[in-house]
Design a protein around this ligand. Structure first.
Ligand SMILES: [Fe+2]
Ligand SMILES: [Fe+2]
Length: 186
C-alpha cells in the first residue's frame, strides 16, 4: 500500500501510484554516471521500460481524460495547468532525446531527473488537489484510466526499484524528493 493514496481520491490514485515509479526513475536519472549501477546504459534501459510500460500512457491520459474533464468545470488557463502541460512537452522531448539520439548524455539525464521530480511534485501538491476540489465527486468517480497505468505496478522491475530505494536510503539529500511529507517508498 503506498503512502500517497491516503490523501488522494480513489479516482486519481492510479496516477498517484504511478508517480512512485516516476520518482524512482527521476532518482535513477539524477544518479546517472555516478557509478556502475547507474551507468548511462542501465539508466537508459530503466527509462525506456518506464516510458514504454506506462509513462507515456500516463501523460496521454492526463491530457486526454483528466484535463478535458477538468476543463468542463474550470479554466485551463491558469499557471499550474500551463506549467504541467509545458513540462509534458519538455519531458517528452528529453525522453525522446535520451532514447533515440546517439549524442544523448548524462547531463540530459540529470536534467530530466530534475524535471520529472518537479513535475510529480507539481501534480501531487498543486494540480491534483485543485482537480479534486473542482470536479464534483460523482464525476470524479466516473473517471477510468486505461490498463497501461494500473499494469505498471506489476511490470516494473522490482530489482530496479530495490536498487533505487537502497540508493535513496544512502543519500539523505534525496529526502527532499518526497511528496510533501510522504516517503517515496511504497
Ligand atoms: Fe502525472
Ligand atoms: Fe503529468
Amino acid at each position: 500500500m503506498d503512502k500517497f493514496s491516503g490523501r488522494r481520491s480513489e479516482a486519481l490514485s492510479p496516477l498517484t501510484r504511478h508517480h512512485h515509479h516516476a520518482l524512482v526513475i527521476a532518482l535513477n536519472l539524477r544518479r546517472a554516471g555516478s557509478n556502475e549501477t547507474y551507468s548511462f546504459n542501465r539508466v537508459q534501459q530503466d527509462l525506456k521500460e518506464f516510458w514504454e510500460e506506462g509513462g507515456q500512457d500516463h501523460f496521454q491520459q492526463e491530457e486526454e481524460i483528466l484535463l478535458p474533464l477538468f476543463s468542463r468545470f474550470a479554466s485551463l488557463e491558469q499557471d499550474d495547468i500551463i506549467r504541467m502541460l509545458l513540462q509534458h512537452v519538455q519531458i517528452r522531448a528529453a525522453v525522446g532525446l535520451l532514447l533515440n539520439n546517439p549524442e544523448a548524455n548524462v547531463d540530459i539525464m540529470h536534467h530530466l531527473g530534475e524535471l520529472l521530480a518537479d513535475h510529480v511534485h507539481l501534480e501531487e501538491n498543486r494540480v491534483f488537489p485543485m482537480i479534486e476540489q473542482t470536479i464534483p465527486e460523482e464525476e470524479l468517480h466516473q473517471l477510468t484510466f486505461h490498463q497501461g497505468i494500473t499494469e505498471t505496478d506489476r511490470s516494473f522491475s522490482h530489482a530496479r526499484e530495490d536498487r533505487a530505494r537502497q540508493a535513496q536510503r544512502d543519500n539523505s539529500r534525496l529526502d527532499s524528493d518526497t511528496i510533501e511529507g510522504s516517503s517515496t517508498e511504497a
